[in-house]
Design a binder for this molecule. Structure first.
Ligand code: NI
Length: 253
């Protein structure tokens, strides 16, 4: 299995990242894809890549919650890193109106600039959108014709929204919320295009049941895969093989 979204370079893992990576391997996780947040997280992320090049794969991007007044400097950093290092995607980028609506125009601008960078470097994008699925589908639309592809990470939308996204050729990242009793996404998962579903933990956030509320880690991807297998009425092996193929296709692994 591949965890397509884990921030294991954050301080939550500073004490025991080695153990965390070993537990992930023991649970059947072969690769961990790491989205960047902003210029303050890049160095720690790249250090992990250097230490675990077979397991940890980096992305480069500016997270929408960090897209504020410092955009110009932050985007220069993204551009420079993309020019100087190898990444598997531009991410995570996108929009978020959950905490703060002040920087909506800055978020959109940063998103569009990073879509352009993704095209230039021939990379997929990893999208964060909170309270903004419809707005983000609108933003992505013009880029699809230019050949851009990517994933809506931590998808929590409706069957209709899922269909709109997969019809654009984009993928849907499914995480721990699928295991929550009141998550809602469990009603949607059976109807999603299986060839467009990816597994993700979003570590250290959104731990699946029975770890809900505690630190999340890539080893728990198995709990998410088991939940999807249950909802698809299929085996864990089948979910593993389909989502791994989807991930390898999108990220050209
Ligand atoms: Ni994230």
């Amino acid at each position: 299995m591949i965890d397509t979204h884990a921030h294991i370079y954050l301080e939550e893992f500073a004490e025991d990242v080695e153990t965390v990576i070993q537990s992930a391997k023991d649970a059947g996780v072969t690769k961990i894809l790491m989205p960047n947040i902003d210029s303050t997280t890049t160095e720690d992320m790249m250090q992990l890549v250097e230490k675990y090049p077979e397991t940890c794969y980096p992305m480069m991007g500016l997270h929408p919650c960090s897209a504020k007044i410092d955009n110009e400097r932050e985007l220069k950093h993204v551009e420079k890193m993309l020019n100087e290092h190898t990444f598997i995607a531009v991410g995570e980028i996108g929009t978020d109106l959950y905490w703060d609506k002040t920087f909506w125009s800055e978020q959109q601008e940063a998103f569009n600039i990073q879509c352009e960078l993704a095209l230039m470097h021939n990379l997929p994008i990893v999208i964060h959108c909170r309270e903004t699925i419809d707005e983000t589908i609108e933003l992505v639309n013009p880029w699809v014709d230019k050949g851009l592809n990517g994933v809506f990470h931590c998808f929590g939308g409706s069957v209709e929204q899922g269909e709109k996204i997969t019809k654009l050729g984009f993928y849907l990242g499914i995480g721990g919320i699928s295991t929550f009793k009141n998550g809602g996404i469990d009603k949607v998962i059976p109807f999603l295009d299986k060839s467009k579903v990816l597994l993700e933990t979003d570590s250290p956030y959104l731990s699946p049941v029975p770890h809900r509320g505690k630190r999340n880690e890539p080893a728990y991807i198995k709990l998410i895969a088991e939940r999807i297998a249950e909802l698809w009425e299929t085996s864990l092996d089948e979910v593993d093989s389909v989502t791994t193929m989807n991930t390898e296709r999108l990220f050209k692994l």
